[in-house]
Design a protein around this ligand. Structure first.
Ligand code: 4NP
Length: 169
């Protein structure tokens, strides 16, 4: 394989709903495809409030219902060092994207920091709605968005990083 894994970070506000789900769903797809050694996968929030906490119980049960375990994920706040470390940072909404870019306003981030739903085949307004203050149907809606977008991102990275030509796969 390449000399180091591809580093992928999913970003939202609290790191207890949307981005931990994206982390868990993407990891499950990577493992199912036998590509685990090729990726380092993480998530973070732009805000500090939920650092150290497990994902929201409603998000955990929505994921569990779909065979995805978020149990080991703990909230953490995005740092400036993350902007350099990760090859791909996928922001759940435009304010998350803005906040990430303005952690390092002079930085040369190229196309590494982007909206997650840029890769959604049905992108709507390009943002993953925050289900935190809504009812249960919001969580299923977010799951559907995250599931199809994580699949599209994996296919895109598989091609872009030429994982098909890697000898250990
Ligand atoms: P998330 O949802 O950004 O998808 O993790 C939120 C969770 C908590 C808060 C905001 C959004 N909060 O303000 O506590």
């Amino acid at each position: 394989m390449a000399d180091r894994p591809i580093r992928v970070l999913f970003l939202c506000l609290g790191n207890i709903c949307r981005s931990p789900l994206a982390e868990g769903v993407f990891r499950a797809k990577v493992e199912e495809a036998g590509l685990a050694t090729h990726f380092e996968i993480d998530s973070a929030g732009t805000g500090p409030w939920h650092a150290g906490e497990p994902p929201d119980a409603r998000m955990r049960s929505t994921a569990q219902k779909n065979g995805v375990d978020l149990g080991t994920i703990r909230g953490r706040q995005l740092s400036k060092a993350d902007l350099d470390r990760f090859d791909h940072i996928f922001a759940m909404d435009k304010s998350n994207l803005h906040d990430a870019l303005f952690l390092d306003p002079g930085g040369d981030h190229g196309t590494r920091i982007r909206l997650f739903r840029e890769f959604d085949p049905d992108p709507g307004d390009y943002q993953v709605p925050d289900p935190y203050y809504g009812g249960p149907s919001g969580f299923d809606h977010v799951y559907a968005i995250v599931d199809r977008t994580a699949q599209a991102i994996l296919e895109r990275l598989y091609t872009a990083h030429r994982l098909d030509s890697e000898p250990d796969h």
